[in-house]
Design a protein around this ligand. Sequence first.
Ligand code: HEC
Ligand code: HEC
Length: 170
Amino acid sequence: MKRNAAALAPISLFLLSACAPAVSSAKPEAPTSAVTAPGTGRSEAEGIAAERLHLARAVLASIAGREKEPAGQVFKNVKRLGAVPAIQLIAIMNTAYAKSLGVSCSHCHVVGEWASDAKPQKQIARDMAAMAATINSQLLAAIPNLRGPDPVVNCTTCHRGSIKPALDLP
Ligand code: HEC
Ligand code: HEC
């Protein structure tokens, strides 16, 4: 458990440090990047990423001082991720869940009512996590002669920034 938390720490630190600039940069222009659409100053993806960060920061602020406690102790309706530190649950939300689907928090949540299961996508996400775990622990593990020492799939493997995984290459 301790080892696990330590291994996950870099993601939490990334989330915290990524949060910091969002506070100070109240400038209208977002940092530019290769994907910025001409004339808009900010791509749709950057807008969604900024919203995610803003909401993640708001949740972190609301649990200040309790970030390292188990998520199951800090939050109200956690069925799978209860053992990870609370800050780690938020990092998973921001990256593994939201970024990999290319969505903001509101795709699965009624924003602000984080414990609510009102949106079906939230339970789907739990079921997807269970599916990925079954693929990893049973199906992938049973395939001999793979190259990786520890082959895994995760949300990004299939979703790659989209709600609906592709069936064809463009
Ligand atoms: C793909 C769906 C999905 C997205 C996107 C998502 N979440 Fe979640 N969220 C979940 C699921 C599923 C749980 C419950 C996890 C469990 O049961 O272990 C959860 C739980 C939470 C909780 C705990 C609430 C409680 O009291 O039980 C918070 C807080 C939260 N999410 C915040 C966020 C924030 C902030 C974002 C955006 C940065 C976000 N979520 C994006 C699916 C999502
Ligand atoms: C093995 C491939 C695969 C993996 C891994 C996977 N998904 Fe999915 N996911 C799918 C497919 C296929 C659909 C259904 C798309 C459709 O509606 O046709 C889907 C649909 C969803 C939806 C419903 C989206 C909507 O609004 O219609 C959510 C939410 C979701 N996945 C979350 C996740 C999360 C979170 C993870 C990681 C824990 C994950 N998925 C991992 C293949 C995958």
